[in-house]
Design a protein around this ligand. Sequence first.
Ligand SMILES: N[C@@H](CCC(=O)N[C@@H](CS)C(=O)NCC(=O)O)C(=O)O
Length: 206
Amino acid sequence: MLKIWGRTNSINVQKVLWCCGELGLHFERIDAGMQFGVNNTPEYKTLNPNGLVPTISDDGFVLWESHAIVRYLSRKQGVGTLWPADAHTATSADRWMEWYSTTMWLNLRPVFWNLVRTAPEKRNMTEVEESRKRLAANLAIVDAQLAGAEYIAGESFTMADIPMGVAAYRWFSLPIERPSMPHFERWYKRICERPAFRQHCMLPLT
Ligand SMILES: N[C@@H](CCC(=O)N[C@@H](CS)C(=O)NCC(=O)O)C(=O)O
């Protein structure tokens, strides 16, 4: 049995839930994080010493880090779909996931955190604007990639579309200036048609 710990409004939990939806996996989800607590208990920290969500247990195999979980499930259940069968496409997908974590997320996080999780009078709007500009520059790279491909890693939907999809939902939902990016917008429209994305990711930002 696959167990997933994490609250449904977490961007990192949503990646895992969406991935499960794409793969048609059954799972049990346990609320954890923020108002639910659980993640700071000694029991939880034996599973994930960071005290963060998501964490999974797949028949006793415990794993944390959302991208590692998406890669694991994709490789286990989605070879030829989420996990591309050929090494070049799989590695390219992996590269975009790495780039999301090491580059794009660092710019998205301050925009999201200030505008969603911080009281209006405490928001650092200078940080929001500087991060928004850097994020727009990151997304221009994605837009250029999508000018020559239907999806992030090529002609079909893969695990690489998952982090980009949850980020895109925030980019298009937050009250921020957005330069026109026609290829990125076309791709996002198609992502919004996916039932598992609608179910797990298109939720109010809280
Ligand atoms: N790199 C980790 C980051 C995990 C993380 O920061 N999770 C946040 C939620 S998005 C968290 O657990 N915050 C504490 C809480 O929810 O109480 C991953 O991708 O899984």
